[in-house]
Design a binder for this molecule. Sequence first.
Ligand code: NAD
Length: 373
Amino acid sequence: MKIAVLKELADGERRVSATPETVRKYIGLGATVAVEAGAGVSASVSDADYQAAGATTGPRADVLRDADIILGVQGPPPQSLSGAKQGAWLVAGLNPFGERARVDAYAARGLEALAMEFMPRITRAQSMDILSSQSNLSGYKAVLDAAAEYGRAFPMMMTAAGTISAAKLFVMGVGVAGLQAIATARRLGAQVSATDVRSATKEQILSLGAKPIFVENVAGIEGEGSGGYATEMSEEYQMAQAELVSGHIARQDIVITTALIPGRPAPRLITDAQVATMKPGSVIVDLAVEQGGNVEGAVAGEVVERHGVKIVGHRNVPSRLAADASALFARNLFNFLSGFWDKEGGLPQVDDEIGDAIRLTKGGQVVNARLLG
Ligand code: NAD
């Protein structure tokens, strides 16, 4: 079983899909591992580190030749996979809705493409879930990015020269990223509040010592769809939420938005008029900027200023913590492949529940129900 680890080609992508730790583990299972030269450099892993772990390193063509499993962080451009053998697996975060043409091209090349972000949210797949591992780091980094842009301190400080009051920070969307943002902001001493459409998050917000801000007066809306994800809310709910949030946002110094709905554009949570109610010098971080943005005026890849408020729209936030993000991503891939490892030396034997969810292409066809339906 030969495993190929590709150098990422996407702009600004600093992560890598295997680390010396996971290379050693694959070899321990009986695989050989070939890493493209320079694949780990921007995540602080040198070719020598991979070689010391037992991998070979070299040019892409050598790495791909005869590979049974090709690992990536993002989906590689299909034309960069020439020389890959028919039936080889491509395992990565393939952005299947956003990069549909690539999925078709992987099928045309006879690759079996497995999209790790389609991993079902079931207990036994938790250790394979790249969305969770990467969102957790995004939530943390969003708070640090906000702190860096904010011209004031986070904690209350009582000094001989007088008192500085604590920053007020509001988190919108309390999934994995939002929970970590709350925890990080609390550690830095901010006064934290948070909201979500899923009422189950209220208790989680309280348990982290933050204040829940919830729409209470619209009946019968739970906000939770399948797999613990959010669904789109009714117009009535959205109006009630906008009213509640408007009053609250005007009193905040920092707002961090993380709201996503799978397969849909990100919900718009903050309008330009609401941005205008915030104090000059306030900061908004929009973690959903690449999915369409929660905040009007946010620009992917930029920090823009509107009404004296900085709106931070960094792309690919996990990549800004490339070493840790790679370590966790690589473990997610290893946990998946090793969990179904075939001792006879064939491709892993993935069960139907997980296989059907993540397999995009097989035998030259697109086979995934979410893409076909
Ligand atoms: P996500 O990234 O899809 O969305 C982020 C958050 O935005 C969610 O909490 C969502 O409810 C919220 N949101 C959506 N629309 C909103 C709106 N209009 N206003 C305010 N908030 C809005 O979510 P996620 O981080 O992937 O996590 C979703 C849930 O799934 C969490 O409860 C998480 O613990 C759970 N989860 C379970 C597993 C597992 O069991 N294997 C793995 C990962 C996550």
